[in-house]
Every structure is written in structure tokens, then in C-alpha cells.
Design a protein. Structure first.
Length: 567
């Protein structure tokens, strides 16, 4: 046999090539697996006052708090537009509402926007979304999704899924969304890829139906009242006309859970779409769920029936505040337990160290401050949002930051941690310098806010604002038209307008400059505001704005039509 050395040489060379190729592939993979995973946990309408890492007085949330203990708690995190779908659009696009076009909950999200999940997916991340999106269309850039249609339901909810069409799942929404998330982590996750998971709760969104297992405990609790529960909104015209008062704008059945039968017995008038809302939510329960609901709520309502005839308006406000807190906080108990399940899974599977975990809400919420529920305003409880971030490899445990960070910053933060280029038209900043304590690379002394959805449910006028750590300058422009200057240090309850106070003349001037600069930098202006009004009013006229009553709608439509005629 002839020894073919040339062939042998070729074989050696090719083995060498293969080894080099393998080494390259392995190191490539090693590098890829080193890219951090991202777990983005967001609840809907979760007030920071209802997270014990911020405030112990209402509820204990030991599991959500774990994220702050492992990482950083943000005390000045805010949103750019305090309402659901616009906040989600800002998170996904890294752009203000006036740039991504999703300014309110009414018209659908423009899916030609580029979102960070699309970019991460392209860069090799495995992506999944479970829970509430509220966009009017499905998310792009996800390998898997199971989302709630619209607002979603607490009991036996429907889901829109990527692979199975529409499904209905029996049980309680917070538990189900978590089951889906854990199932994906366990069975669908491709272990060689980094992943980006969006785990999005419906709770604690109105109409605040808690899990059966919490009903007995939470319907019997009593909570401390906020000092501004009886705010009369004097000197604050936009606050005065808003319809989000606990005693006055909450439904008896739909919110306080006085059954339609007891309402009739007591002669209570419907407020808004009161009885329909009760039927839509409680009516989804099956017989066993409803029996548990009745067992917990019947004694509360029997007690109310007895006391009602002697109750003053003040007593009613206090009673309704307690009812509100019981239900709202009851829904958070299940969120906290379920966040604990996900954290336990990550811990047990060695996924904690190299994973950036974010807990936030799509905005804050009023828990009786100013006498209110809901959000929308730039006043603290709805403008600010909870934000807790852990990333053990990079973020020091148990730290706090009071930097002015926003939901606008998430997209670029995630692209930054994944080593993916940040599109130049995104408008936020990566939070990595803040997270790692590298504040030389972080300079921001003011943030911008713009709320649009009016005329709508809760009657909150359109406004934009510049916010610094010390002040807020707010312009209400439709259909009210005036300015407010809030002194955040002197008046933390935000009950006074210092705009016309001569002592604030210099501050006011400086704030106007800041506001102009922000509007210039982010590309917002009067013409855009008008464009969004002109887009909204025809929809309002067609009845496409959910929950707004004719008495609010009609005069504003008339005013707008007259203004158009005179143009
Ligand atoms: C529903 C609620 C409102 C709430 C909006 C927006 N009414 O319409 O109270 O402000 O959602 O919330 S309800 O009678 O249907 O409960 S958001 O979080 O989706 O923006
Ligand atoms: Ca919300």
C-alpha cells in the first residue's frame, strides 16, 4: 500500500481547521451565552405606595422587594404619559408618544415602529411575552407570545396566542400568566441562547378582582388613610374637574362590589357603567369561584346595608376608600406571590447572576391621594412609577437611586446590556451608568411629560410638563388653558399652584427655558398637539372613546368644531 503523505498532510491541516473552527464557534457561543438574559416584569397600575420596598404602610410585598434587595430601587422613576398602551409603546420603542404615535389608548399601535424586542431577536435573543399588552395588535419580534385581548379579564381569561389562536384558560389571571411564563422557561427556552422575557400582569388594574384565596383575609383588613383623602382641589382647576374621586366617580357595583340587588334595595344610583362592569367581571366566575366570592363579600355587604342609612358623605368616602384598598391590594398579593415563583425558578436554575430583572408598572396610581383613584395626571402618584432592578453581576445589592429615569430609557438599556447598537432616533438613555454607579456618564436634570387622552373617561385635560427634582411646570392646554408651577419640596402633596407667585418669578423663567429645551430636543410642539387633537376628536364623535359620557364629550366636540370653522 502506498502511503499518501500529501493526503495525510491534508487531513492534518483539515483537522487543524476543524479544531480552529470549533474553537471559534465555542468561544463565539461562550460569548453569546454570556450576554445577559432580560426578565422584564410589569404590572398594570401598580402604585409604588403599594410596594413595601417603598412604603410599608399598606402592604408587604416580600418577593417584589427581593429585587431591590438584590439590586437597585429607583425613587424618581417616571413615565412620559401616564396611561397604559402609550406607556407600553414608549417602553418598546424608546420614543415619546408624539414620536411613536401611540398617544392614547384609543387608536391602535403603529406596527411600523421598530421595537427593542425586534432588535434583540435579530441579534440572537430568544424572546417571549406573556400577559397584558393592550395594543390593538400583536407584538412583533417575539418567538412566543400569549397575550390578553385588550384589558383582559381576572377570571377564566381569554388569550391571543402565537401558535394556538384564541384560547380560554380556567383560573385566575395572575396565576395563569405565571404558569405560562414558567412553562416557557422550563420547556421552550433554548438554553444556548440568551433570552428576553416580558412577564406582564393585568393586576392591579380596575376592576380589582383578587384571587379567591385572598378574599377572606383582604375584605377584612383596614388601611391607613392618606392625608389628602378629602382634598378639595382648590386653586387647581384641572384637578377640580377630573372625575376620579373615590366617593363620587367609583361605581357602587362595578368598583365597591355592592351587588346590583343591594344597590336597588338601597336606592343607589348607577355611576358610569356600574352594573354592566360588575356583570362583566364577576359574571365570568364559574359556580365554585362565585361561591367563594359570595362567602367573602356577602358579610361585608350585609354590614354595609345595616350601616348605610346612618352614613354621612364623609363616612361613605371612608368606607369606599377601605373597600377600594381591600380589593386593589388583594390583587397585588397574588402578583407578589407569583413574582416569588418566577424568582425562585431563576434562582433554582442558576439564572440569577447573569440576568437583569426589572420590576415596574406601566404607570403609578392614586390610592386615595387627592381623594382619587386612576392616574393620567403628572402629579407624583401617577407620574412616578415603581422601578426595581437587579443584575447581580453588575449592580451592587441594596442600592437606591434618585436619578430622573423614565420608561423611555428601557429600550436603550436593554440594547446596551445586550451589546446591540441603539438606533439614533430612540430618545431615552441607557440606564447602565446609573445601575453601575458611573454617574459621570449620566446627566439629566429634567424630564418631559405629555398626556393626551381627553375628552375621555375621568376627564383629565391634556397637559405637558417639565419636571426637575425640585419643581414641575405644567401647561394644561385642552380644553382648559393655564399653567401650574409645583414646588415639589415645599408642597410634596402638590396642592398649590405657585405660577403667579412673584417669589417664583426666576424659577418660573428658568423652568420655561427647560421646558422649551425639552420640547426642542424631543421634537414636540403645538402643531403636533393639534394634529393629535384633530385625529382624536372624530373618533370621539364616532363613539370610539371608551367610558366617556356625552355630558363631557358634547361641549368639547362643539368647541373643537367651532374652532375648526374659524380657522
Ligand atoms: C378602563 C377603566 C378606567 C381606566 C382605563 C385605562 N375603566 O377604561 O378606569 O382609566 O381603563 O386604564 S373600567 O370601568 O373599564 O374599569 S389603562 O391602564 O388601560 O390605561
Ligand atoms: Ca395601566
Amino acid at each position: 500500500m502506498i502511503h499518501d503523505s500529501s493526503k495525510a498532510g491534508f487531513q492534518i491541516v483539515s483537522i487543524g481547521f476543524i479544531l480552529i473552527a470549533l474553537a471559534v464557534t465555542f468561544s463565539g457561543n461562550a460569548q453569546k451565552t454570556k450576554r445577559p438574559n432580560i426578565v422584564f416584569i410589569m404590572s398594570d397600575d401598580h402604585a409604588y405606595q403599594a410596594i413595601s420596598a417603598y412604603d410599608h404602610s399598606l402592604i408587604n410585598t416580600p418577593n417584589i422587594d427581593r429585587i431591590a434587595k438584590m439590586g437597585m430601587l429607583f425613587t424618581n422613576a417616571s413615565v412620559t404619559n401616564s396611561i397604559c398602551a402609550p406607556s407600553r409603546a414608549t417602553i418598546l420603542t424608546g420614543k415619546h408618544s408624539h414620536m411613536n404615535g401611540k398617544v392614547d389608548n384609543v387608536s391602535p399601535f403603529d406596527t411600523t415602529n421598530i421595537t427593542f424586542p425586534q432588535l434583540l431577536q435579530k441579534a440572537g435573543y430568544q424572546t417571549a411575552m406573556f400577559g397584558k399588552l393592550h395594543f390593538g395588535n400583536n407584538p412583533k419580534g417575539f418567538d412566543q407570545f400569549k397575550i390578553l385581548p385588550g384589558q383582559g379579564s381576572y377570571y377564566n381569561p381569554d388569550f391571543i396566542t402565537k401558535n394556538e389562536g384564541e384560547i380560554k384558560v380556567k383560573g385566575y389571571v395572575t396565576d395563569i400568566v405565571t404558569d405560562m411564563t414558567l412553562d416557557w422557561l422550563d420547556n421552550e427556552r433554548e438554553k444556548e441562547k440568551p433570552f428576553m422575557l416580558m412577564y406582564l400582569h393585568k393586576a392591579p388594574h380596575r376592576s380589582w378582582l383578587m384571587a379567591e384565596r385572598h378574599m377572606n383575609e383582604y375584605t377584612r383588613k383596614t388601611f391607613a388613610e392618606p392625608v389628602t383623602l378629602f382634598d378639595d382641589h382648590e386653586g387647581m382647576p384641572a384637578a377640580k374637574v377630573a372625575e376620579m374621586n373615590i366617593n363620587g366617580n367609583m361605581g357602587w357595583a362595578g368598583d365597591s362590589r355592592v351587588s346590583p340587588e343591594i344597590m336597588d334595595e338601597l336606592g343607589l344610583q348607577e355611576i358610569g357603567f356600574d352594573k354592566v362592569r360588575y356583570k362583566m367581571q364577576v359574571g365570568r366566575m364559574d359556580a365554585a369561584q362565585k361561591a367563594n366570592f359570595d362567602a367573602a363579600y356577602q358579610p361585608v355587604m350585609d354590614d354595609f346595608k345595616k350601616r348605610y342609612p346612618a352614613m354621612t358623605e364623609k363616612d361613605l368616602a371612608k368606607w369606599r376608600y377601605q373597600r377600594y384598598m381591600q380589593d386593589y391590594l388583594g390583587t397585588i398579593k397574588a402578583v407578589d406571590e407569583n413574582v416569588g415563583r418566577v424568582l425562585d425558578y431563576l434562582e433554582a436554575n442558576d439564572l440569577m447572576e447573569n440576568t437583569i430583572i426589572v420590576y415596574t408598572s406601566d404607570q403609578g396610581f392614586y390610592l386615595g391621594e387627592h381623594g382619587w383613584f386612576d392616574k393620567r395626571f403628572v402629579y407624583d402618584q401617577s407620574f412616578k412609577t415603581p422601578l426595581l432592578i437587579s443584575w447581580p453581576e453588575k449592580v451592587k445589592a441594596g442600592t437606591t437611586s434618585d436619578e430622573l429615569v423614565q420608561n423611555l430609557d428601557f429600550a436603550q438599556t436593554f440594547l446596551d446590556v445586550a451589546g446591540v447598537a441603539q438606533p439614533t432616533d430612540m430618545q431615552g438613555k441607557s440606564l447602565v451608568p446609573v445601575l453601575t454607579g458611573d454617574l459621570q456618564h449620566w446627566d439629566r436634570d429634567a424630564v418631559y411629560y405629555h398626556y393626551y387622552e381627553h375628552p375621555s373617561e375621568h376627564n383629565v385635560n391634556r397637559h405637558y410638563a417639565a419636571i426637575t427634582k425640585a419643581y414641575k411646570l405644567i401647561h394644561y392646554y385642552f380644553d382648559l388653558d393655564y399653567w401650574e408651577l409645583i414646588d415639589r419640596k415645599k408642597d410634596p402633596m402638590e396642592q398649590h399652584n405657585y405660577y403667579d407667585d412673584p417669589a417664583y418669578a426666576d424659577i418660573r423663567k428658568d423652568l420655561h427655558k427647560k421646558l422649551d429645551a425639552l420640547r426642542e430636543r424631543y421634537g414636540d410642539n403645538e402643531a403636533r398637539s393639534q394634529k393629535y387633537i384633530d385625529g382624536f376628536m372624530p373618533l370621539a364623535k364616532e363613539g370610539k372613546v371608551y367610558g366617556v359620557e356625552k355630558r363631557i364629550l358634547d361641549p368639547i366636540i362643539k368647541k373643537w368644531e367651532n374652532a375648526k370653522k374659524n380657522e
